[in-house]
Design a protein around this ligand. Structure first.
Ligand code: AMP
Ligand code: GLY
Length: 449
C-alpha cells in the first residue's frame, strides 16, 4: 500500500502534543501506512520515533520556508499542520496550497499576526472593541505623543518579534526609551520601524484569556473553551514576560461573555478577513482582556496558542486529527465535545529563560516516566533533544509541559504541581500558581475573603 504523509511543522510542546494526538488517531483508525513527519520536532517526537511510533523527525527548521515547502511537496503530504506563525506569515501555506496540498494555517494575506497595525485597521473596520492607539514611523513624533499621554502606555512593535515586541511603560522616560530602542536602535530590526502606542487596558493578568477558533476556510468555524495563559515568568505574575508559563481552562467565568465574544469579536473578524474573497483557514486566536467595560482584543494570532493548545486537547473528546483534517480540506466541522472537568498545564523552564542571554542548554532531564500518570497526567516535551546515548537534554527555554486534568480545578492544579516536582534538571523552574486566578474567583463567589 502507498505510504501517506502528515507533516507537523514546529518543535515545541504544542507540536509534540499534536503529533501525539495524531498518532493516537492513526492507531485507532488502523492507518499503518501513514507517517507523521515532524519538522524538526524535539526529544519527545524523537523518542516516539525510536519506540516504534509512525513518527519521524527531520532536521528542517520551521523558519526554513523553502525547506518546509520542498519537503511537504516531495512527500505529497495529505495535510500540513503549522504550529508557529513565522512560516505562515512568510507564505508557506500559499506555496503548499498552490501546489495542491491541504494546509492547516492561513495564506499570507490572512496571516495578520505579522502586523499589529493591520490588526488594528481591520478591527476598526469591523467595529471590534480594542484599545485606542496611534501608529508612528517617526521616533520624534512618537516621543512627543507619549509626553502628553496618560500613563501607563503600551508600546508595540508592528512586526513579529518572537513575543518580545511589547512593553508596558509606566513613565514618560520608560516609553521614550522603549521607542528609541525599537525605532532608532532597531533592537527588533524592521519589525520596529512602525510602532503602535496603545491605551493600557484595565483588568490585569487574571482577566486576560485566550480564545482559539478552528476554521475550515469555507466560513465554518468552532470556538474552543476559553483558556488562560500566564505570561510573566514568576508566581504572582512577577518578572519578565515569556511565551507562556502555563495555562488552564475552561475559564468558567468567561462563559457569560461568550455570546458577546462570538458576535462582536470573532464573527466580525472572520467576516472582515473574508472580504478579500477567501475565508480564514486554521486556528484564529483572540487574546482578550475582560475589562470593566467588557471584553476587548489585546492581539490576534493565526495559530494555536502554546501552551493553550495542550490543556485544550486534554479536554477535547473529538478526534483531533479529524478536526485538523477537516479544517485543512474545507470539509464540514463536527460539533465539539469536551470532557467535563478542568485541565492545567504547567511549563517547566530552563535556567535563564526570560532574561537576556537566553536559557541554559544540554542539561539532562530526568523523572519524565515517573511523572507520567495516564490518563490524568501527561508529560509533553517542548525544548528538548535526545542525545546519542538516548538521554533527554534541555534545548530551549520551555523544556517540558505537564498537563493534568481532574473534575475539580484544585484537583488538576495539585496533580500538575505534584507531577512537575518529580521532573528534574539543573536550574528547573515552574510557576506554582497556574490556575490560581480561577480558584480566587471560586472563593470570591462562595463569599470567602
Ligand atoms: P502581546 O504580545 O500583544 O500579546 O502582548 C503581550 C502582553 O502585554 C499581553 O499578553 C498583555 O498582558 C499585555 N498587553 C498588551 N497590550 C496591552 C494593553 N493594551 N493593555 C494592557 N496590557 C496589554
Ligand atoms: N501563549 C501565548 C501564545 O501562544 O502566543
Amino acid at each position: 500500500m502507498k505510504q501517506e504523509h502528515i507533516v507537523v511543522v514546529g518543535s515545541g510542546g504544542r507540536e509534540a502534543e499534536t503529533v501525539s494526538q495524531f498518532h493516537q488517531s492513526l492507531l485507532r483508525d488502523g492507518r499503518s501506512n501513514t507517517i507523521i513527519d515532524v519538522l524538526p520536532g524535539n526529544g519527545g517526537t524523537r523518542w516516539m520515533e525510536l519506540n516504534g511510533y509512525q513518527v519521524r523527525n527531520h532536521s528542517i527548521k520551521a523558519e526554513d520556508v523553502a525547506g518546509v515547502t520542498k519537503f511537504a511537496i516531495e512527500k505529497q503530504a495529505c495535510v500540513t499542520f503549522f504550529g508557529p506563525e513565522f512560516p505562515l506569515v512568510n507564505g508557506s501555506a500559499d506555496l503548499l496550497e498552490d501546489a495542491g496540498l491541504a494546509v492547516f494555517g492561513p495564506r499570507m494575506d490572512l496571516a495578520i499576526e505579522g502586523s499589529k497595525l493591520r490588526q488594528k485597521i481591520l478591527m476598526a473596520k469591523a467595529n471590534i472593541p480594542t484599545a485606542n492607539y496611534r501608529a508612528f514611523t517617526d521616533c520624534y513624533v512618537a516621543t512627543n505623543f507619549v509626553r502628553n499621554a496618560p500613563m501607563p502606555v503600551v508600546v508595540k512593535a508592528d512586526g513579529l518579534c518572537g513575543g518580545k515586541g511589547v512593553e508596558i511603560c509606566r513613565t514618560f522616560d520608560a516609553a521614550a526609551s522603549t521607542l528609541r530602542s525599537f525605532m532608532l536602535d532597531k533592537i527588533h530590526g524592521d519589525a520596529g520601524s512602525t510602532v503602535l502606542v496603545e491605551e493600557f487596558l484595565e483588568g490585569g493578568n487574571d482577566m486576560e484569556v485566550s480564545v482559539l477558533v478552528f476554521c475550515n476556510g469555507k466560513g465554518d468555524y468552532r470556538i474552543l473553551p476559553c483558556m488562560q495563559d500566564h505570561k510573566p515568568l514568576l508566581d504572582g505574575n512577577k518578572g519578565p514576560n515569556t511565551g507562556g508559563m502555563g495555562a488552564w481552562g475552561p475559564v468558567f467565568w468567561v462563559e457569560r461573555y461568550m455570546h458577546f465574544i462570538q458576535k462582536r469579536i470573532i464573527e466580525p473578524m472572520l467576516e472582515v478577513l473574508a472580504q478579500g474573497g477567501k475565508h480564514f483557514r486554521g486556528c484564529l486566536y483572540a487574546g482578550l482582556m475582560i475589562t470593566p467595560e467588557g471584553p476587548k482584543v489585546v492581539e490576534w494570532n493565526i495559530r494555536p496558542g502554546d501552551p493553550e493548545l495542550q490543556p485544550t486537547l486534554a479536554l477535547l473528546e473529538n478526534d483531533f486529527l479529524d478536526l485538523v483534517w477537516r479544517c485543512a480540506r474545507g470539509e464540514s466541522l463536527p460539533a465539539l465535545k469536551f470532557w467535563d472537568g478542568f485541565s492545567v498545564c504547567v511549563v517547566l523552564t530552563a535556567e535563564g529563560y526570560g532574561y537576556p542571554g537566553g536559557p541554559a542548554k544540554n542539561d539532562v532531564v530526568t523523572g519524565i516516566e515517573l511523572a507520567q500518570n495516564p490518563p490524568n497526567v501527561k508529560i509533553i516535551h517542548a525544548g528538548t533533544i535526545m542525545d546519542e546515548q538516548n538521554r533527554i537534554l534541555t534545548a530551549g527555554g520551555r523544556v517540558v509541559n505537564v498537563v493534568a486534568r481532574e473534575r475539580t480545578l484544585i484537583g488538576a492544579i495539585e496533580m500538575a504541581n505534584a507531577a512537575a516536582a518529580k521532573i528534574d534538571f539543573r536550574g528547573k523552574h515552574f510557576r506554582t500558581d497556574i490556575g490560581a486566578a480561577g480558584l480566587r474567583v471560586i472563593l470570591q463567589s462562595a463569599g470567602v475573603k
